[in-house]
Each structure stands twice: as structure tokens, then as C-alpha cells.
Write a protein that binds this ligand. Structure first.
Ligand code: COA
Length: 423
């Protein structure tokens, strides 16, 4: 079989034809030459029109628009519309979209009761994963699988995630629930429900940019999970639930919480950064917030987050009145110099390991200075990425092919069964 025939056989999943290609001179199938792509490194699983990562130049595009331009000119709602529908909205489309998200912010009482029933001291991302799974049972479109119904479900998920996250956290910390406000933008309201503080413009703007930067990232692990799940023709909620479970890990979305934990609990001081990092690297431990599967240079989102974090840091250093950033005077957290520590660490890692910061290093510091509880960093990533998950689920289903790769079996075959009494 020539290369093209083999490729086509593989695309068809034609096991018999593929096996033919691996037969040795005795006619025995020999799979030892099969190339394994561990971690699916460098594998292109499908085509997509949603986002593009240029890992060499360090660029990211959503539907063809450079993310740094979207961050500069757009809002979370507009970017969400772009990712889901493929085009920037007109004024009227954007207004309808915003109205819909506002209308869908509330969550069913049963979900609130469920959140109240969970044990305390649970990670918020687990609460989110469980609540999203339960939410499907209250969705009027639960058993309707058309694209329109999937978009309706997707928008409900995007609108309700901040409410679930904020409610879950406030229940866990014995604080009164803050009901969604119809007057605030998606990010303004999200911030308000989490902290109980209505943020001023600068704050909303920064938070909005954080959400935009996390909106999509091609076939990252959680998006892959989502696409695998819906490729079985399971439902959208199952796709998003799988994605949240995947995002949770510290090699993916859990990295931002890990960063703030090590900076505040282990490193603590500027002069401790380099000894701490050296020690970690000597012990061959990974330092979260660095490295990336695709970017081998600066992650463009890290640059955006760094600029924002620096803006808040400079304001503090210059003695500007940061207590005016929220209506009630938020207690700003710059006294522990997270930004300085991340700068020292980034410099050390780039020079000594050739490893660049990823989005999580600076988003952790930025979220910290915005006064967002660290337990909510990973769920926040999920709330923003839900847009990408929905867009990818829809794209997957438009031209679906069950995602089902193979594993190269390396064990022994033909073992003789030994009865339990003889073992
Ligand atoms: N700290 C220390 N060493 C790191 C590292 C980090 N954050 N990231 C990668 N490396 C090292 C690995 O140990 C490995 O070294 P080796 O070749 O000597 O074994 C090498 O760099 C390649 O790393 P690897 O983990 O194989 O690359 P990958 O493409 O599979 O992994 C990540 C990508 C993101 C999983 C990895 O960089 C990582 O674990 N980073 C920390 C978690 C994180 O911040 N995740 C958020 C991503 S946005």
C-alpha cells in the first residue's frame, strides 16, 4: 500500500487495510513500527475556523482577529459572539446577545439548594463541574440536539457559570449571596457577584480583558475533551462537564491557582524567588505558569496580562488612590509585591531554562491585585473558556467524526488462563 492509500485507510479507520501495511515477510502483522505520538504532540486532529496559535511567533487569533486587537477594542460579549457565530456582531446583534446573557444569568433554585448541600472546603472547580452537570436536567432544551438548541444551551451555560461560581464560593465562605445585576456587563456583574463590590470602569476593563484572553485556545486539553465527548453524539452539557474536569488539572487551568499558592505560601519575598526556583528545578519539579505545548516563546496572553498587572502595580507604587477602584473601596493587595516576584521569576526561568511564562503566571498576579479570591481563579478560567468550548462543540457537530484514536499495545498476547485456585 502506498502512502496515500495508507493515509486514506487510516482516515476511514479501515483496520484491515492498515494491518496489511504492517505485515512482515511471513504475513504476520507487526505493529512494532507504528509511530506513537505520545501526548498527541504535533498531531492535527481536524480542521478548524475558530482560533489559530502561532507558537513560533507567539501570536493568537480568534476567527482571524489578533487577540491583542480584540483586547484593545472589544468586550467579552463581543468576543463571545465572534467565537460562537464566526463574525463580529452588528450593534443590534450585540445588544440582543447582551440582553440574552443578562436574561439567562439566574440559576434554578434547585441548583442553589444543591450548592448549599455540598461539603465545605471543596475546590470551587469541583462544585462548578457538578453543578453544570446537574444544570442540564433543568434545561428546557436538554433532549433537543439541533444546532439552534445547542447554541441556546451554550449561551445559558456561558451566562450562568459566573452565577454558579460566585454562589458556590459565597456559600462555602458563609457570605450572603449577591444576586445578578441587570445593569452590569458580563464581567462587571461576575466581579460584583463574587466580591459583593461594584467595580469601577478600570477594574471592569481589566477583568474583561482577562476573560477575553481566556476565551479560546484551539485544541487545548479541555477543548479536546469537549470535542471528544460531543463527537459520540452525547450532549453539550456532558461536553462542558468533561471539559471542566480536564481544565481542573495543574498542567492546564489549575496552574493559575498553583502560581498564587506558591508565590504567597512558599516564595513570599522577592529575595527568596531565585533560591526557591533553583531548588525546584534541581529537584526536577515543574514551576507552574511556565512552558507551553505550542508556544516556545512568549505566550501573547501573558504579555497582555503582564501589561495589565504592571499598570495596577505602577499605580500602587505611584501612590495612586487604588481604594477608588470599587464602589465600596476594595482592599488592594499590592502590599505583597506579587508582580515583582513574577518579574524576577520570569527573568530567571527565561535565562536559565529557556522557559517562557504562560498566561497563568501573570493572570494569577493580576487576579490577585483585582481582589478576586484565589479559590476562584480556575473556575474563572472555565467561565471564560466556556465560550470556546461551546464554539468547538458546535463546529465538531457540524461535520462530526467520532474521535477515537488508537493505542499501541505493548503487552504479551495469548497468555494461558490459570484458574483462581491455581494462581
Ligand atoms: N517548569 C520546569 N520545567 C518545565 C516546565 C516548567 N513549568 N515546563 C516544561 N518543563 C521542562 C520539562 O521538565 C521537560 O524537561 P526535560 O526535557 O528535561 O524532561 C521540558 O521542559 C519539556 O516539557 P514537557 O512537559 O515535556 O512539555 P509539554 O509540551 O508536554 O508540556 C506543559 C507543556 C504546559 C504541560 C508544561 O510546560 C508544564 O507542565 N508547565 C507547567 C504547568 C502550566 O503552567 N500549565 C499551564 C499551561 S497554559
Amino acid at each position: 500500500m502506498n502512502y496515500i492509500e495508507l493515509r486514506e485507510a487510516k482516515l476511514r479507520g479501515d483496520t484491515r487495510q492498515i494491518a496489511e501495511d504492517y505485515k512482515d515477510s511471513n504475513g504476520t502483522v507487526d505493529y512494532s513500527n507504528i509511530e506513537v505520538h505520545k501526548g498527541l504532540v504535533g498531531v492535527y486532529a481536524d480542521e478548524s475556523l475558530i482560533s489559530y496559535i502561532d507558537g513560533v511567533e507567539g501570536r493568537l487569533y480568534y476567527r482571524g482577529y489578533a487577540v491583542h486587537n480584540l483586547v484593545k477594542h472589544s468586550t467579552f460579549e463581543e468576543v463571545a459572539y465572534l467565537l460562537i457565530y464566526g463574525e463580529l456582531p452588528t450593534k443590534a446583534q450585540l445588544q440582543d446577545f447582551k440582553d440574552l446573557l443578562i436574561k439567562e444569568r439566574n440559576i434554578p433554585d434547585n441548583i442553589v439548594q444543591l450548592l448549599k448541600s455540598f461539603p465545605r472546603n471543596t475546590t470551587r472547580i469541583e462544585l462548578l463541574r457538578t453543578a453544570i452537570s446537574a444544570l442540564s436536567l433543568y434545561d428546557p432544551d436538554d433532549y433537543i440536539y439541533t444546532e439552534d438548541a445547542n447554541i441556546r444551551k451554550g449561551l445559558r451555560i456561558i451566562a450562568k457559570m459566573p452565577t454558579i461560581i460566585a454562589f458556590a464560593h459565597r456559600i462555602q465562605t458563609n457570605q450572603p449571596l449577591v444576586e445578578p445585576s441587570d445593569e452590569l456587563s458580563h464581567s462587571g456583574n461576575y466581579y460584583y457577584m463574587m466580591t459583593g463590590d461594584k467595580p469601577m470602569e478600570d477594574f471592569v476593563d481589566a477583568f474583561d480583558k482577562v476573560l477575553i484572553c481566556h476565551g479560546d485556545h484551539a485544541l487545548n486539553a479541555s477543548t479536546f475533551s469537549c470535542r471528544v465527548t460531543v463527537s459520540t453524539l452525547s450532549d453539550l452539557y456532558s461536553g462542558i462537564t468533561s471539559a471542566i474536569g480536564t481544565l481542573r488539572g495543574p498542567l492546564h487551568g489549575g496552574a493559575n491557582e498553583a502560581v498564587i499558592r506558591y508565590l504567597t505560601d512558599e516564595v513570599k519575598r522577592n529575595d527568596n524567588v531565585i533560591p526557591w526556583a533553583r531548588n525546584k528545578l534541581e529537584r526536577k519539579e515543574k514551576i507552574m505558569g511556565f512552558g507551553h505545548r505550542v508556544y516556545k516563546i512568549w505566550d501573547p496572553r501573558a504579555i497582555i496580562m503582564r501589561d495589565l498587572a504592571k499598570k495596577f502595580y505602577d499605580a500602587y507604587i505611584n501612590g495612586e488612590r487604588l481604594d477608588t477602584i470599587t464602589e465600596t473601596g476594595h482592599d488592594h493587595k499590592h502590599d505583597d509585591f506579587i508582580f515583582e516576584m513574577t518579574e524576577i521569576l520570569a527573568d530567571y526561568m527565561i535565562k536559565n531554562k529557556g522557559l517562557y511564562p504562560n498566561v497563568d503566571l501573570y493572570s494569577a498576579g493580576l487576579l490577585h491585585s483585582l481582589g478576586i479570591p484565589s479559590a476562584l481563579y480556575t473556575p474563572l478560567f472555565a467561565a471564560a473558556r466556556s465560550v470556546g468550548w461551546v464554539a468547538h462543540a458546535i463546529e465538531q457537530l457540524r461535520n462530526n467524526k467520532l474521535i477515537r484514536p488508537r493505542l499501541k499495545y505493548t503487552g504479551t498476547l495469548g497468555k494461558v488462563y490459570v484458574g483462581i485456585n491455581e494462581r
